[in-house]
Design a protein around this ligand. Structure first.
Ligand SMILES: [Zn+2]
Length: 281
């Protein structure tokens, strides 16, 4: 036990300072996106089978919508630049900028050195949930993705339908890429519809039954050309356990919607980050 200093209370009373105030972030034109979405038409629909993943492509300026169908189900989302897998969703920086859970108006940011919005959330039918009495909320960027390595570490299992493996197979199939190569591109996810938080007493990552109902959806505007993969987590609604076939699972659907020509006015995809990358030399 470390010695408690006499001014411990004063040190604990120092006020928190938000690490990254976002007032200076370039703001999305949500009214423009909203009117474009209203006029958009369905161009593709992809079903993600339970305990599997599926890939989809969305052109910059189109929308994609993740839809709950049949029953409560959590989805693990990966995103890449469609033409450059080195630019991928950066869960940690998205968390640092927007908080532990994302909703309408928040953006999914890409990895260094790109660091630009890949997608902007334009609709969230679970926006009503807020933060519950346990500190839980939906659509987190705090979890990683269920994976067979942690399962093996904790329980000695060889389970092949964790989101990590599902995403690996989906990306491998999409790009005709061997699985070891595809696996290296799989990254920390956005946990769509998942209800999570940290326990107040021990600070541990927790999950609880997702409040999602069939018909609920989360809709994104694609800021750049995207390749996406979505896994229907073996945890189902994540109210009991994951990394096994024990939970009841349901499919998810991804709809891609295209607005009519001219609906986005002079909108252009965001430029890559402006840092000169000289790193002081
Ligand atoms: Zn999972």
């Amino acid at each position: 036990m470390t010695e408690i200093p006499p001014d411990a209370a004063a040190r604990r009373a120092a006020p928190p300072v938000v690490c990254y105030p976002i007032e200076t972030l370039p703001q999305p034109d949500l009214a423009l996106y909203g009117s474009a979405l209203e006029a958009a038409e369905l161009v593709e629909s992809v079903t993600v089978p339970p305990r599997e993943a599926a890939s989809f492509r969305v052109a910059a300026g189109q929308f994609f919508r993740i839809v709950s169908v049949e029953g409560p189900q959590v989805g693990d989302l990966n995103l890449w630049h469609a033409g450059d897998l080195s630019e991928r969703f950066y869960s940690g920086k998205t968390r640092a900028l927007h908080g532990t859970h994302v909703s309408s108006g928040d953006r999914l940011w890409s990895s260094f050195p790109h660091l630009r919005p890949m997608a902007t959330i334009v609709e969230d039918t679970l926006g009503w949930y807020g933060i519950d009495g346990f500190g839980g909320s939906v659509h987190d960027v705090i979890g990683t993705r269920c994976d067979p390595y942690t399962g093996n570490l904790l329980s000695g299992t060889q389970y092949h339908h964790c989101c990590h493996s599902n995403l690996t197979r989906a990306l491998g199939d999409a790009l005709d890429m061997p699985l070891p190569e595809a696996e290296a591109h799989v990254h920390d996810v956005l946990n769509v519809f998942m209800c999570t938080g940290f326990t107040r007493d021990t600070g541990q990552y927790f999950m609880k039954a997702s409040p999602v109902r069939p018909g609920d959806h989360l809709t994104f505007f694609a800021e750049i050309n995207l390749l996406g993969a979505l896994s229907a987590c073996p945890g189902g609604d994540c109210g009991s356990e994951h990394s096994s076939d024990a939970a009841t699972c349901h499919p998810l659907r991804v709809d891609v919607l295209a607005p009519p020509g001219g609906a986005l006015g002079a909108w252009q995809p965001p430029a890559r980050n402006g840092y000169d990358r000289s790193h002081g030399r």
